[in-house]
Design a protein around this ligand. Sequence first.
Ligand SMILES: CC(C)(COP(=O)(O)OP(=O)(O)OC[C@H]1O[C@@H](n2cnc3c(N)ncnc32)[C@H](O)[C@@H]1OP(=O)(O)O)[C@@H](O)C(=O)NCCC(=O)NCCS
Length: 210
Amino acid sequence: MVFIDHTPENQDKSFLGVPVLGKITNLKSDKNQKAIVGIGSNEARKKLVNRFNFDWINAIHPFSSIADDVKLGRGNVICAGSIVQTGAIIGNHVILNTRASVDHHCKVDDFCHLAGAHLAGRSILEEGVFMALGSTILPKLLVKKWAIIGAGSVVSRNVEEGDIMFGAPAKVKLKNTMGWTNLRKSMLDGGRQDPAVNRGSDSYCDRQGR
Ligand SMILES: CC(C)(COP(=O)(O)OP(=O)(O)OC[C@H]1O[C@@H](n2cnc3c(N)ncnc32)[C@H](O)[C@@H]1OP(=O)(O)O)[C@@H](O)C(=O)NCCC(=O)NCCS
């Protein structure tokens, strides 16, 4: 097992005995090789998954709990303390970070990230939704694509595509217009800085736990 990490200071290091083999730019697709993308930014994760062809596997912490009938896709990271309850559907390349919970009959679509957040029964997260630390979504709600729910927020209404919500009850504060074409090209292009990457998108990527 190895890490691929683009951070310059992590080259030639190892973490928990697992060595860093090199940067993303050194990586070549190999569909016989098992791999997982653990980058917290939903946009960056999607970009990398679309760029490389690997045998995407799930990484599931032994101290997580997943009900027997849960439908789980590929490339998911399920961290310690996370709980996925009966009837839930988890797509592909989802991160359930430490102590996240997905309650009964919820659907979490591809490239979502729940950072210690809580999704109540029968709620739906569409693609790329980020729920920041300690946020909560009340039952039977729909959160549309690429919305961001701020830390500690309580969502009590459906959320429109790309909305950024804070507070309890959560209100729309901003529109997430970055999409995933506007992410940190510097990482993907071998460390070259790209002036087209604006401060806003950098800021969101960092705050999403990369
Ligand atoms: C949603 C989020 C990413 C937005 O970040 P941002 O757009 O850069 O927001 P800023 O930090 O610039 O804050 C803008 C304003 O909103 C306020 N604000 C930001 N997040 C807030 C929150 N969760 N609840 C209430 N107010 C919040 C700030 O205080 C600031 O107010 P001000 O203008 O009066 O000073 C960020 O709020 C967040 O929740 N970060 C946590 C990410 C996380 O959970 N990471 C863990 C990954 S493992």
